[in-house]
Structure formats: structure tokens, C-alpha cells
Design a protein around this ligand. Structure first.
Ligand SMILES: Nc1ncnc2c1ncn2[C@@H]1O[C@H](COP(=O)(O)OP(=O)(O)OP(=O)(O)O)[C@@H](O)[C@H]1O
Ligand SMILES: [Mg+2]
Length: 137
């Protein structure tokens, strides 16, 4: 289990909030001395998943957590919304499926960029996506 070293809650109401959460994650990764690739990976995943909240659910919230397993430092971001939810998660994870006439690569692409990826969704109730990236030595 990880210890949470710091926790930042950020609202996702507008397009500007996507930029703000992306910047906050990048700043934390840089401050924690993540390498360039890991910083870009977690920043890109954050941007895609925050955009999904705005585009598909309208609004939501992101929690950014700086975590430690006692040896490694990581950044975990939880995106939560009370939007329409996802009825076919397997299809979304496979990629190339979009209800917004877009590429449908946000979720599948983000999943490949992080070390831990979890998605929970109930149609009519909302969606919770958790990503975690560990810092490499
Ligand atoms: N937070 C969410 N709430 C409801 N549905 C979602 C959410 N996130 C993703 N989805 C559903 O999953 C689909 C795939 O998401 P994904 O991000 O992979 O592609 P996209 O957003 O449609 O296109 P893009 O490639 O531009 O990101 C979406 O079209 C939408 O139906
Ligand atoms: Mg998307």
C-alpha cells in the first residue's frame, strides 16, 4: 500500500481546468525529478483523461496524489465525475471507439503511458479513472 505524501484537489469545470491540472501534474513530476519521458507520459495521460471528463461528463474533479511505497515515489491522479458513465468499458479500452466522433484513443493511449490504470464506471452514475506513474531510478 502506498503512503500519500501530498494531495491536491482540482475542479474540472472548463477547458481551462484541463490546462491547469496538466500543468500541476507536470510541475509535480518535475519537482520530484521524474525523467523527461515519465513526465511527458503522466502529463499526456492527465490531459486526455481530464479532457474526457469535460467532453463526456461535463464536469468533475481530479485528485493529484504524490505517493510513496517506501522506496519509490509516484504520482497518482484520480478523475471522478457523475456523468453518463461508460456502458462498454472493454470496447473503450480496446481503442478506436468514440461516442464523440473523435479518434477514440484517449483511454487506450493513456493506459499504455502509465504503470497502473484502473477504470470504474456505472451507466447513469459516473466514471472514476485512476492512473499512477512511478519515478524510475
Ligand atoms: N469520463 C467519461 N464519462 C463518460 N464517457 C466517457 C468518459 N471517458 C470516456 N468515455 C467514453 O469512452 C469513449 C472513448 O474515450 P477516449 O478518450 O478513448 O476517446 P474519445 O474521447 O472519444 O476521443 P479522443 O481520441 O479524442 O480522446 C468516449 O467516446 C466516451 O464514449
Ligand atoms: Mg478522449
Amino acid at each position: 500500500m502506498e503512503t500519500v505524501l501530498a494531495r491536491h484537489e482540482m475542479k474540472l469545470d472548463t477547458e481551462d481546468d484541463i490546462i491547469a491540472v496538466r500543468r500541476r501534474v507536470r510541475d509535480i513530476a518535475e519537482m520530484r525529478k521524474f525523467d523527461t519521458f515519465a513526465t511527458a507520459a503522466i502529463t499526456t495521460a492527465t490531459s486526455e483523461l481530464a479532457r474526457n471528463v469535460i467532453v463526456h461528463a461535463g464536469k468533475g474533479v481530479a485528485w493529484i496524489e504524490e505517493v510513496s511505497d517506501g522506496v519509490h515515489i509516484g504520482v497518482r491522479i484520480v478523475f471522478e465525475d457523475q456523468g453518463p458513465g461508460i456502458s462498454d468499458i472493454a470496447r473503450v479500452l480496446a481503442g478506436g471507439y468514440s461516442t464523440a466522433r473523435s479518434m477514440g484513443l484517449g483511454v487506450s493511449g493513456s493506459r499504455r503511458l502509465v504503470d497502473v490504470f484502473d477504470i470504474e464506471s456505472k451507466p447513469g452514475e459516473g466514471t472514476k479513472v485512476t492512473v499512477l506513474k512511478w519515478k524510475r531510478f
